[in-house]
Design a protein around this ligand. Structure first.
Ligand code: RET
Length: 282
């Protein structure tokens, strides 16, 4: 990491990268960052407004986890916008983008801040899904650990310049961790949501999450990090649009449900609810 940090320091500075993105000619790339700052900000305000009268601690925990997704996101996109979490790296021999130049330096633009910050945002998405399904903390924390492993190895895949084979080996490792998460969502949590009585909401969130999350490795493979079929601006828009679906759309769907049908999410006394279940006498 120290070597990597050194290499990134010897590349263009954050000020040079900011100038490259916002100095004209890269408007599309710039917009893909700024739009998400706006959407994350609006989502935070939306949660504050919708959740203003929540009283149950379990529902408050879900709303807080939802808010943290956008808190991480607004910080992530601020990092990309400022150029701080962008870098220019030279791809290894044999990579389709080997020999490319960006902002006067040899190499391609990597948005490494994206992979870094997913490490902090994706666990909150899984906490929300697991809590809505009424799962236990062993399974929830297992998925959190695997998403952290997935994102860190994804970061390694993006930043490895020593060998093309190792870049793709990191990709395989990351994808394996991803499949663990998909398994828990599709198998365990689907059954648990039925038992909890939240399967109507869970089915929608599951679809958006599983389909949306598969978009990320596909985009990685098609983008500049992988086969370099898509250019950087298109790749960035791809990630930004996936983020809109997997974060803000998921957040508002969950938030409306939490507010409209609180009793089905608290799941009753078995799940530590402090709200009495509607129609129950205890
Ligand atoms: C990478 C590349 C390596 C292989 C795999 C990946 C998966 C990334 C995913 C990211 C999800 C991000 C979300 C962010 C929202 O804040 C790292 C692209 C499997 C699934 C949902």
């Amino acid at each position: 990491l120290a070597v990597r940090a050194h290499a990134l320091q010897n590349g263009p500075t954050d000020a040079e990268l900011f100038e490259y993105v916002f100095g004209g000619g890269n408007t599309l790339l710039a917009l893909s960052f700024v739009i998400n700052i706006a959407l994350a900000g609006l989502t935070i305000l939306g949660i504050v407004y919708l959740g203003r009268s929540l009283s149950d601690p379990r529902l408050k925990a879900i709303a807080t986890a939802l808010m943290l997704i956008s808190v991480v996101s607004i910080s992530s996109y601020t990092g990309l916008t400022s150029g701080l979490t962008l870098g220019v790296i030279e791809m290894p021999a044999g990579h389709p983008a080997a020999g490319a130049t960006t902002a006067g330096e040899s190499g391609v633009l990597v948005m490494w801040g994206r992979y870094l910050t997913w490490t902090f945002s994706t666990p909150f998405i899984l906490i929300v899904l697991g809590m809505i399904a009424g799962s236990n903390w062993t399974k929830i924390l297992t998925t959190c650990a695997f998403t952290i492993a997935m994102c860190v190895t994804g970061l390694a895949a993006a930043l490895t310049t020593s060998s093309l084979v190792l870049r793709w080996w990191w990709f395989v490792l990351s994808s394996t961790f991803f499949l663990v998460i998909v398994y828990v969502i599709l198998v365990d949590w689907t059954v648990e949501a039925e038992r909890t009585g939240t399967s109507d909401l869970f089915r929608t969130l599951k679809l958006l999450t599983v389909v949306g999350w598969f978009g990320y490795p596909i985009l990685w493979a098609l983008g500049v990090e992988g086969f370099a079929i898509l250019d950087v601006a298109t790749t960035s828009w791809g990630y930004s649009i996936l983020d809109i679906v997997t974060k803000y759309v998921v957040t508002f769907l969950a938030m409306f449900y939490v507010v409209d049908e609180p009793e089905s999410i608290t799941g009753g006394a078995d799940y530590g609810a402090s709200l009495p279940r509607v129609g129950s006498s205890d």
